[in-house]
Ligand binder design. Sequence first.
Ligand code: SAM
Length: 332
Amino acid sequence: MWIFKFPITKLIGRWPEVAVALTRNMKPLRRRFIETEALYELSATIAGSDSSAMSQHSKLSVEQYYAEYPEHDRLNSARGQLEFERTKRIVQRFLPTPPAIVADVGGGTGPYSHWLASLGYETHLIEPSIQLVDICRNRMQSNPSQAMPRTVEIGDARSLWLGEASCDAVLMFGPLYHLTERDDRICALRESHRVLRSGGYAFAATITRVASFIDALCHDLLGDPAFLSIVEADIGTGQHRNPTNEILYFTDAFFHSRDEIRAEMEEAGFEVMAQLPIEGLGVLARDFDSFWSDPRKRSSLLEFLARIEGIEEVNGASTHYLSVGMKRLVPG
Ligand SMILES: C[S@@+](CC[C@H](N)C(=O)[O-])C[C@H]1O[C@@H](n2cnc3c(N)ncnc32)[C@H](O)[C@@H]1O
């Protein structure tokens, strides 16, 4: 055992991605040990030179947050259902018809990977939270007949195991708001650009500066002085921190303006093809769950949201935004 462990732990220190790749056929416990160590090494290497990291952090780190928050239920309930449906509809406007290869970076428990797999896409989920990856893998094991992602790996958006020009599309539904430093976001966007073939699309979800304000109105939080300070900071700087123990107030994140995410995508080499509100005014629907369960109302809501996408006066009023970038075609 020791003879086996010695070289792999050395490998984790030097080439964490390679160590993770070698775990594919290992027993679950051994695999988890290597993935945890490798992720730790990878994050340390990436963060090593970052002296400008924010000094103030939320009570719960991003890792602790996803270990505790019921993320697997988020898109199945309340306004998460609208986020899921709208995002899928926007993504489908741009994706090539299957078969095609899609990387789901920051894929969480895999709602988009599973959906795309069910449509015939080859999907690769990459996610830093061990807990969320476990939920995804357990779901795959307990439903072996279901369409599922081709691979589910522990990893970080800033260093992808995928090869250059190996994907037709990359989803980034999470990493860009959890990377609070601009340099890290550019690094993640450049990685997505690297793994895309030319003409391929990156879908970048961001949270808007007014998201906490909208949440405060939807959930009656403006009476809480702690949340008021969070709303103020978000609108002012976009740097979201949660110094309280309230898990619903989220964790470390950066909330973008449309111009900021556009500039970041362009700096990483993308041509920005669209920037669209995801939930938009849809969050105003009263008694959301019963509203959503009515198929007629749901379909009217989705139709109207698509129709008003171009109305600039309301365009910024959304909790999430989806920016679509294309890797430029190589001339000739
Ligand atoms: C709100 S969840 C979204 C999960 C899923 N993409 C979805 O839309 O349902 C944000 C995700 O981003 C992941 N994330 C945070 N930092 C990341 C990073 N540096 N690289 C990749 N993923 C990251 C989190 O672990 C989490 O799974």
